[in-house]
Design a protein around this ligand. Structure first.
Ligand SMILES: C[S@@+](CC[C@H](N)C(=O)[O-])C[C@H]1O[C@@H](n2cnc3c(N)ncnc32)[C@H](O)[C@@H]1O
Length: 269
């Protein structure tokens, strides 16, 4: 089942933003600089484009959802927004120095085809970075404590680290690596830094595609448990314990990144 980002687009930014530590990490992994042309695959409402566009020569965002693109356009960002599919990118071979996708991989029907497309549109020596939550990182979200039915849904659609590395290598990338993102401060982003009460809001849930894939009764049961914990005072303690685990250890999201070889390696006689 695909997720309808048309209705979610109006509420998406209620819970998502481009955290400064994540932006800094992405810029470092991609070597973003004043001469760099960058592609944002699945750019959504353009939050990462806005942040990275300031550091790059140009940034282009591609997304299938007109609603998400129109939210991005409303921000007056300098980059170019293009409606298109990650599985058949509407760009020439070697058009970009760097490309990235934040929280998009799990939406793609054919992940291998999408990574091959990213490889195609990169210049030689270009870098691709994909942000995702590893299997272990998923366990640090209290969302799954309150909504246990969400865990198998996300485990099924979000590839774990070995699978992401395999996708990169399978497309021809070299130097395939993974780094966990630092945890952002509590003031940035309500998706990565959870507040159980937020899950009671339909608008907040609309920004998290997992809820679009869950049965209504499972959502209601999770909300009932949150309300009970809010009343008893346990909700904050539970969220704090999950967040402590993430901060003490592996964080909540990772970037897998890899390079397109600078030369074909062909021998000249
Ligand atoms: C979770 S959102 C992430 C948005 C943005 N990267 C961010 O982190 O704020 C996933 C985005 O991927 C887009 N998407 C889903 N399938 C896609 C595809 N096949 N090609 C391009 N974009 C796609 C959705 O429309 C949505 O905007």
């Amino acid at each position: 089942m695909t997720v309808d980002y048309e209705s979610a687009s109006r509420f998406y930014d209620a819970s998502r933003s481009a955290g400064p530590l994540t932006v800094r990490m992405l810029a470092r992994l991609l070597n973003v600089g004043p001469s760099c042309g960058v592609l944002d695959i699945g750019c959504g409402t353009g939050n990462f484009m806005m942040a990275l566009g300031k550091r790059a020569a140009s940034v282009v965002g591609v997304d299938t959802s007109p609603g998400m693109l129109s939210q991005a356009a409303g921000k007056g960002l300098e980059g170019q927004l293009v409606r298109g599919d990650a599985l058949a990118l509407p760009f020439a071979d070697g058009a970009f120095d760097a490309a990235y996708g934040v929280q998009v991989l799990h939406h793609l029907r054919d992940k291998a085809a999408a990574v091959r497309e990213a490889y195609r549109v990169l210049k030689r020596g270009g870098v691709l970075a994909l942000q995702y939550c590893s299997r272990a990182q998923l366990q640090t979200f209290c969302c799954y404590h309150y909504f246990p039915a969400a865990l198998p849904i996300d485990q099924e659609r979000i590839p774990d680290t070995p699978a992401v590395l395999e996708l990169l290598a399978g497309a021809g990338f070299i130097d395939c690596r993974v780094e966990a993102c630092p945890m952002e401060g509590r003031s940035t982003g309500r998706f990565y830094i959870e507040n159980p009460e937020d899950y009671l809001s339909e608008e907040y849930r609309a920004g998290n595609s997992t809820f679009a894939l869950m049965a209504e009764r499972d959502i209601e049961e999770g909300c009932r448990r949150i309300r009970a914990d809010l009343q008893s005072g346990d909700a904050d303690k539970i969220a704090a314990e999950f967040e402590r685990r993430a901060r003490a250890g592996i964080g909540r999201v990772s970037f897998a990144y890899a390079r397109k070889a600078a030369s074909t390696g062909a021998l000249h006689g």
